[in-house]
Write a protein that binds this ligand. Sequence first.
Ligand code: SOE
Length: 386
Amino acid sequence: MKKLNVAVIGGGFMAKAHSMAYACMPMFFWPAPAIPIRKVIVDINDKAAEEAKNKLGFESYSSNWKEVINNKDVDVVDICTPNDTHLPMAIEAAKAGKHIICEKPLARNSNEAKEMYEAVKNNNIIHMVAFNYRRTPAVALAKKIISEKKIGKILNFRGTYLQDWPADPNGPLSWRFQKEISGSGTLGDIGTHVIDFARYLVGEISSVNSIAKTYVETRPVQQSDNDTMDIRVGNSDAERAKVDVDDEIITMLKFSNGAVGSIEATRNGYGRNNYLTFEIHGTEGSICFNYERRDELKVMFANMPSETRGFQTIYTGPAHPYGEGLWPIPGLGIGYGETKIIECFDFFTAIKENQQPSPNFEDGYIIAKIADSIIESSNKGEWIQI
Ligand code: SOE
């Protein structure tokens, strides 16, 4: 079986999720499309990189990403670093002819995303953006039900992504609150996951009318390099600096196929942890999903007899998308890790079959254009055509 050497750039939360996926993917999906080898991990200095190597099971480590990308033994480059680094790393990897998986959002803005898409398009490589939530079996099942026209023509999409880890104004000013590094705030960080759902499940978005708000204007300067998302880690004594990104976005949507919709994303929704949801209404029924109950898909079909009419709950299992590779009984449950394992399986399958996966850098670029338009609409107070 073919082996592919992977270089992961970054040693934080996402590197952990992706490394676990490389280790586990063949255990779930056998025969695997190829065996991922955790060849080398890169972090900001040698000490951090060596620690990441030991913790995440890599053969070697480095603090020089350019050298690693150009290492002839590396087949796949996996970008798990803050958003301002995605462009230079992806361009270097594209030039070196390496397959690329890049964490979301693809870039800080659509200009950068376009440059990245152009770079990969002109090289014979496979590229993917890590919008992992569409890999949740219940979400893939929703896609199947919609494609089979079981809820008819789609009328409305209502998506939310609500979190509260930075709701405390004394939560540290990590890179996620600095436009120079992140490009945008809640919008790029979590709103783009919902945009990905909307495009995947309903179709292309043609225009937006939006509001973006910043609630916490300053935050204590972060005291360590770590990107903490622990709600308990506040520091009211540290010097404060400006937040220059959005905390919340609300947008209305028009789709090219005539459907309408809305997205709400906030990181100030006390009590909401990873409340990523959608409800879709069609002419023949409805579908409802909440990631906090990610093994369940709620469906309602208009032709149900009136005495049993109502939402029914499907627990995903072997009969559903990716089910044969996962666990043998519905309701045993999947977690965040499994979505990353499935993502890895789809990416390696794309490499094996030499077919671009979805979402790829073109999708990442379109999502970046929609995100830019949401901010533009909020600034101008009007509908913006994508
Ligand atoms: C922080 O909001 C974060 O880690 C996002 O960056 C991820 O994309 C999301 O899956 C979980 O929350």
